[in-house]
Design a protein around this ligand. Structure first.
Ligand code: UGA
Length: 431
């Protein structure tokens, strides 16, 4: 099939490259000329394991191409995925102006029937708005359908998630749209849930909120473990083996971040309130997440006493491992709190040093590796669980630090072994 994907950001690019890998002919469109110029040369602007290889091999096979013209995208294919960004506005609502612009451009350029599929995470009713917008600008009365096909891929494992999904959700209003989309996804062999458009939109919001709730729940339990002297790893293992609960998303840490959970939660709370439902449960999920960083700061204080004048190393900046995404990464809030209390901060991350330089204060010391970051430091904080941090030579680190103190924000080290090596150690919900 020929497929157009409008918006070559994280979701759009992965979707386009994976559809091409499945044998389709894909055109990825983006209005950022610089990005498209780079992509045409095989330069992928984001770090996602396997994505560069997938993009270059499919370009070589002539199944994947790029353009800055939405018009070209609309002409290219009967199926048009909208995967433009929906950034949060200051009031927490998703800003849908890019979706609206694309809908308008599709409407004026459709040569014949088009299926317009929303892939971006959008509030319930966006499907209806897209339909209204296209109708309004579709002066030649060309037939079209709108569908919702939310994406559930995670950064860091996006290609695997796309190729091996637990389920595919398709929200449609016509048999024709259903046939096209089920045909497109059939090769993946995953269960396909066909619903109305609104239900599909809601599935995405409800799934992300539920997962964020799981993370905040386990973080709350970790605080109780700290107070009562229990071990969160044992508690979460014991809970997770219950198949009704499941072990995923039960890892306590410094809180969730990224471009999805924080944004989606705010948007879902807003849109529920507008519809007449006060979603207090989700407000509490947000509150627990915010407080988690303060709890980490308190742990640092409990370990090194006064923050002012101390050198503190932060290992990991991205919001999770295997990505260079620093949007809403909890490490940055922690660093700014520590700096405002007078700490000298040394940082290292395997993938996002350049991006972070633009965001962190000039006083921050950027180091070439984890060892350089902990050299002379009073406290080492693990903020992201990159695999390479699990492999560090802790003996060597102990000898390099001014004070051998570890605040393990992702529980990657064994507390007993670490203490045996002579460290003062505290994790999240265990010590
Ligand atoms: C999330 C969802 O998992 C995807 O299904 C969805 O498609 C995506 O949002 C989206 O809406 O686009 P993502 O934000 O890439 O994916 O990352 P996750 O793996 O879900 O992690 C989110 C945050 O939760 C991270 O900060 C991570 O460190 C934290 N987390 C996750 C925990 O602290 N503990 C856990 O056990 C799991």
């Amino acid at each position: 099939m020929r497929i157009s994907v409008i918006g070559s950001g994280y979701v759009g690019l992965v979707t386009g490259a994976c559809f091409a890998e499945l044998g389709n002919n894909v055109l990825c469109v983006d209005n950022n000329e610089l990005k498209i110029k780079s992509l045409k040369k095989g330069i992928v602007p984001i770090y996602e394991p396997g994505l560069k290889e997938l993009v270059t091999s499919n370009m070589k096979e002539k199944r994947l191409s790029f353009s800055t013209s939405v018009k070209e995208g609309v002409k290219f294919s009967e199926v048009i995925f909208i995967a433009v960004n929906t950034p949060p506005k200051s009031n927490g609502e998703a800003d849908l102006k890019f979706v609206e612009n694309v809908a308008r451009e599709v409407a004026v350029n459709m040569p014949s029937y088009r299926l317009i599929v929303e892939k971006s995470t959008v509030p319930v009713n966006t499907g209806e708005w897209i339909e209204r917008t296209v109708k309004m600008f579709n002066k030649r009365n060309i037939k079209f359908d709108v569908a919702s096909n939310p994406e559930f891929l995670r950064e860091g494992s996006a290609i695997n998630d796309f190729m091996h999904p637990d389920r595919i959700v398709i929200g449609v209003g016509s048999k024709k749209a259903e046939k096209i989309l089920t045909g497109l996804y059939e090769p993946l062999g995953a269960p396909i849930v066909v619903t109305g458009i609104k239900s599909a939109e809601l599935i995405k919001h409800a799934s992300n909120s539920y997962l964020a709730m799981k993370v905040s729940f386990i973080n709350a339990i970790s605080a109780i473990c700290d107070l009562m002297g229990a071990d969160i790893s044992c508690v979460s293992k014991g809970m997770g083996l219950d198949s009704r609960i499941g072990s995923d998303f039960l890892k306590a840490g410094i809180g969730f971040g990224g471009s999805c959970f924080p944004k989606d939660l705010s948007a879902f709370i807003r849109l529920s309130a507008r519809a007449g439902y006060d979603f207090n449960l989700l407000k509490e999920v947000q509150k627990i997440n915010e407080e988690q960083i303060s709890l980490v700061l308190k742990k640092v204080k409990d370990m090194v006493w006064n923050i002012e004048g101390k050198t503190i190393s932060v290992l990991g900046l991205s919001f999770k491992p295997d990505t260079d995404d620093i949007r809403n990464a909890p490490a940055f809030r922690l660093i700014s709190m520590l700096q405002s209390e007078g700490a000298r901060i040394k940082v290292y991350d395997p993938k996002c040093m350049e991006k972070s330089r633009k965001v962190l204060s000039k006083a921050t010391v950027f180091c070439k590796n984890a060892y350089a970051a902990v050299d002379g430091s009073d406290c080492m904080i693990v903020a992201t669980e990159w695999s390479e941090f699990k492999e560090l030579d802790l003996k060597r680190i102990k000898n390099m630090m001014r004070q051998a103190v570890i605040v393990d924000g992702r529980n990657i080290y064994d507390p007993q072994k670490t203490k045996k090596l002579g460290f003062k150690y505290v994790g999240i919900g265990r010590r």
